[in-house]
Design a binder for this molecule. Structure first.
Ligand code: SF4
Ligand code: SF4
Length: 161
């Protein structure tokens, strides 16, 4: 009898608790600012070119070998419009193999790649979810707009006097 009353009390208290789940996919819950979705490439609106120089550091450090990149000489550097001597020419991430570890973001010295809020990119074909440079930049621009993203300010180097 006592346990039945306890059970009833639990049911009643649960009834008044706020609902924290949603009927997916009809309803989406808000995504936390620090949510780590798929990696995307950032775009430098000031110079009008990607931040990525194609240096391959992320490619070499990716634990699942799901990235590839090709660099080229930056024509905007020759004309004095950009400080980047090299620029990305082709980039691909096989999102089906990405484990969202964030290592590519950690190792990038150019603030060129970020873990976005992208997460609904499922496809039915194996390896059918390869994102190219254009797609990664488009997703990056959406992320930049959505979060007001700006490259982190690096601490100034101490002068040796
Ligand atoms: S995303 Fe960063 S680490 Fe990767 S190739 Fe571009 S500049 Fe290099
Ligand atoms: S998040 Fe991890 S697995 Fe995905 S592309 Fe970056 S380094 Fe590779």
């Amino acid at each position: 009898m006592l346990s039945s009353i306890k059970g009833l009390m639990t049911t009643i208290s649960e009834f008044f608790r706020p609902i924290v789940t949603a009927q997916y996919p009809e309803k989406h819950l808000p995504i936390a600012d620090r949510y780590m979705g798929f990696p995307v490439l950032m775009y430098d609106d000031v110079v009008d070119e990607p931040y990525c120089t194609g240096c391959m550091v992320c490619v070499r450090n990716c634990p699942t070998n799901c990235m590839s990149a090709i660099m080229k000489d930056n024509p905007k550097n020759e004309s004095g419009e950009s400080k980047r001597r090299k620029i990305i020419d082709a980039f691909e991430i096989n999102l089906g193999r990405c484990i969202l570890c964030g290592i590519c973001v950690e190792v990038c010295n150019f603030d060129a790649i970020e873990m976005s809020h992208q997460h609904e990119l499922s496809v039915v074909n194996r390896n059918g979810n390869r994102a190219n440079l254009q797609q990664l930049l488009e997703m990056g621009k959406s992320y930049q707009k959505e979060t007001n993203w700006a490259p982190p300010v690096k601490p100034a180097k101490e002068s040796k006097e």
